[in-house]
Design a protein around this ligand. Structure first.
Ligand code: ADP
Length: 229
């Protein structure tokens, strides 16, 4: 669950990036966060992962209050989120399987848990046969599927995807969104930051639009950039 209440963010250089942002994302939702470059999308993501603190207002994520979170609790907050980036961020010298086991072992999973979980998650993203490959041997779309699998491997409550299709062609982009949709149907909350209007409009989802540090619309069913009549 995400809850932002009257959030303001002013960076040290005086940039007023968020100007009274309030919204809530309940468990199980699929939400697109859209808006032009510089509108405040990354700032919101940094608040959700507690990389930044709000200047005013409240930020709550999966039961953690970002305003008052203690440094020792931040890894637990981050563990409740799986983050997927535009540039995949896989470790090139590790195989697909090793990329995933590394993420699991980092939080203390046992060898047995690793052996059980990874094949399940790789099958889920359609890469059941690719565990032994290195990222460089995979297409961009496949690499993003690995990144999604890695985000899922520790069973987060929510996936945050930051321009996940920015490096992919339109048909691969569509497949990645379909995959996120399927993961959502299995119960994981999904927040996708994107500026790909046509792609957003192919899915009938809730769309939050931010412009110049303010949420200017929050509606179900796409239509980013248009008034729905
Ligand atoms: P978006 O992700 O929508 O492109 P950002 O959240 O990155 O937007 O940026 C919102 C505003 O905050 C922009 O004016 C940007 O220049 C500014 N900004 C972002 N990060 C910083 C920072 N670390 N220091 C100062 N200004 C920043």
């Amino acid at each position: 669950m995400i809850r932002l209440t009257e959030v303001e963010k002013t960076y040290e250089n005086g940039t007023h990036a968020l100007k009274g942002v309030s919204f809530r994302v309940d468990d199980g939702e699929f939400v697109f966060l859209v808006g032009p470059s510089g509108s405040g999308k990354s700032t919101i993501l940094k608040l959700l992962t507690a990389e930044e603190a709000p200047t005013a207002g409240q930020v709550a994520v999966n039961g953690y209050n970002v305003n008052t979170i203690r440094p020792q609790q931040v890894p637990f907050l981050r563990r409740s989120l799986g983050v997927v980036f535009q540039d995949f961020r896989l470790i090139d010298k590790k195989t697909v399987y090793e990329n995933m086991s590394f993420a699991m072992r980092a939080i203390g999973a046992s060898a047995r848990e690793v052996r059980k979980r990874i094949p399940y998650v790789l099958d889920l993203v359609g890469l059941g046969e690719k565990g032994g490959q290195f990222p460089g041997q995979l297409s961009g779309g496949e690499q993003q599927r690995v990144a999604i699998a890695r985000a899922l491997v520790n069973n987060p409550n929510m996936i945050i995807a930051d321009e996940p299709t920015g490096n992919l062609d339109p048909s691969r982009s569509y497949e990645i969104m379909r995959l996120l949709e399927r993961i959502n149907e299995l119960g994981t909350t999904i927040l996708v930051v994107t500026h790909e209007k046509e792609l957003v409009n192919r899915f009938s989802k809730r769309v939050l639009t931010i412009e110049n540090g303010r949420i200017i619309s929050d509606r179900q069913g796409g239509f980013y950039g248009y008034e729905k009549k």
